[in-house]
Design a protein around this ligand. Structure first.
Ligand code: 4AD
Ligand code: MG
Length: 482
């Protein structure tokens, strides 16, 4: 009796004919009291199990219901039915967990089309649906590709802390971490919460980025990356924001902005190619879903490209590199701006770009991914390197179709005095970041890095339209169920 994952057995196909095999999985459907479609999560395709009802007790047969969990022993036979090469004729069936049909019927486990919204409400069950399982397998492949890419390029994976005392992005969007009882926190004389008595003896929060710590590591290890959860208490209820998301952050000593952009482009293409090579079945299913979703949309919102064309397009085109200043000129003179179609009109240099502007540049103007660089210093974080014009910083954002910003990064300010001035001007506490400033005191070098939001990459590759559908348990404003 040879145990098989269903994916492996289907791959073996006819070479496994007449083997006695053991399979475990969940029932997707049971037709005519005879054909079980069994899935164990190993892949998109179900295995057909043929049951001769004369051979099994009534007791067993009535427990073969949609969603119940089984072990099947049997012989691999050539399948006469369409759609599969082989099937397994059951000789023994063990029921692990029975699913009562009247209960299962109320859930998304029923084999019919459910809305993505309904799937979200039953997030604990959605791993067993075709669409979500496909997304999760692609997410897994992309995560693996990320590690593989950096490993092959000689980067070291470092683990930066989740609890920190700093606000790396300076945007104040942090979740506090405290051991105090909320209603009973000790106070200082002036009535403020006395964090010196808290667990860490200071105010702490969940990290918004591992960058600052990654920079310190790059100043000894050269090329490093972090890949972990990051947290933002921004109240944006959009299809591209999560309060808890996974960020990949490479940081490279001696890299300048150009090298940083080269790395970002090469890295993204590697990951997309990896998914294409390793997830053909899942991407085929997702491409079909993508197509159907496009057809539901009004004509002017429909994408001309299929999912696979969209991915191939990114792989085979060089990203356009454009300064912020050039982008503002294009946007100012664009049709939607002239006609008042942007929610946030672009009237002057210095404006922060919204996703509508980013998507206009990518989807309408250039029709290819765009890397914007040299942003106004005022709208970017304190650590970005100041240009000679004293107005702009060596920032870069990679903009993708359907998404807008997928990567944000920069060359870092390595000059101690300039950095200190910047922190002063932007109200960043030097005392809090003494350790960060030390890296500029002891052998400082030019360096650069960026952050990729994993979920935004998964959205792009799977063609899903809501970020809540590409992470197992989404955390968004007013939502931390499961
Ligand atoms: O542009 P951000 O804020 O950059 C940083 O945090 C830098 N410290 C990165 C670095 O240079 N090491 O975030 C980087 C990326 C964004 O481009 C986006 O893909 C993703 O993280 N991101 C989010 N993804 C989901 N939900 C959110 N709320 C996100 N905020 C940022
Ligand atoms: Mg950003």
């Amino acid at each position: 009796m040879k145990p098989y994952d269903i994916k492996e057995l289907l791959k073996a196909g006819k070479s496994a004919l007449h083997e006695e095999v053991r399979i475990k999985g969940w029932v997707r459907s049971f037709r005519s009291n005879q054909f079980i479609a069994l899935n164990d999560g190993s892949g998109q395709n179900n295995l057909q199990i043929v049951v001769d009802f004369n051979q099994f007790s009534e007791e067993i047969l009535k427990q073969i219901t949609v969603a119940s969990a089984l072990r099947v022993d049997g012989e691999v036979l050539e399948s006469k039915g369409a759609g599969q090469e082989i099937e397994v004729k059951a000789s023994q069936i063990k029921i692990y967990g029975y699913a009562a049909p009247e209960e299962a019927q109320k859930t998304i486990l029923q084999p019919k089309r459910h809305s993505l919204e309904l799937l979200r409400e039953q997030a604990h069950l959605r791993f067993r649906t075709n669409t979500f399982a496909a997304v999760m397998r692609v997410r897994n492949a992309l995560s693996f590709a990320i590690h593989q890419y950096f490993n092959q390029q000689g980067f070291y994976y470092i683990h930066t802390p989740i609890i920190t005392g700093s606000d790396a992005e300076g945007a104040g969007e942090m979740f506090a971490v405290t051991n105090f009882e909320i209603n009973n926190a000790p106070k200082t004389e002036d009535g403020k919460v006395d964090f010196s008595q808290d667990f860490f003896g200071k105010k702490t929060n969940l990290t918004v980025s591992g960058q600052l710590e990654a920079e310190t590591a790059a100043m000894g290890l050269g090329k490093v990356y972090t890949f972990g959860p990051t947290f933002r208490a921004e109240n944006s209820n959009t299809t591209r924001h999560l309060a808890e998301f996974w960020m990949v952050e490479p940081e490279v000593a001696f890299n300048d902005l150009e090298k940083n952009i080269d790395l970002a482009e090469d890295f993204l293409k590697y990951c997309i190619q990896y998914a294409i090579d390793h997830c053909p079945d899942d991407l085929a299913l997702l491409a079909k879903r993508f197509d159907e979703e496009q057809k539901q949309k009004p004509k002017e919102e429909r994408l001309e490209q299929s999912l696979m064309e969209k991915l191939e397009f990114v792989l085979h085109n060089k990203f356009v590199r454009l300064s912020y200043t050039e982008a503002i000129d294009i946007l100012k003179n664009s049709k939607p701006n002239q006609k008042g179609k942007f929610k946030y009109p672009i009237d002057s240099w210095g404006a922060d770009l919204q996703s509508e502007h980013e998507r206009y540049l990518v989807e309408k103007h250039f029709k290819t991914p765009v890397v914007l660089f040299d942003y106004p210093a005022e709208i970017k974080a304190f650590y970005m390197r100041l240009n000679d014009d004293k107005k702009t910083v060596r920032a870069m954002d990679v903009l993708f179709p359907g998404i807008g910003e997928i990567i944000g990064g920069s060359q870092r300010e390595e000059r101690l005095d300039v950095l200190q001035q910047k922190m002063h001007d932007m109200n960043v506490d030097e005392k809090e970041l003494w350790w960060y400033l030390d890296t500029r005191r002891f052998g400082t070098v030019p360096h650069a890095g960026f952050g990729l939001g994993l979920e935004r990459l998964v959205i792009f590759v799977t063609g899903m339209s809501n970020i809540r559908d590409v992470i197992p348990f989404p955390r968004t404003p007013k939502n931390a169920e499961f």
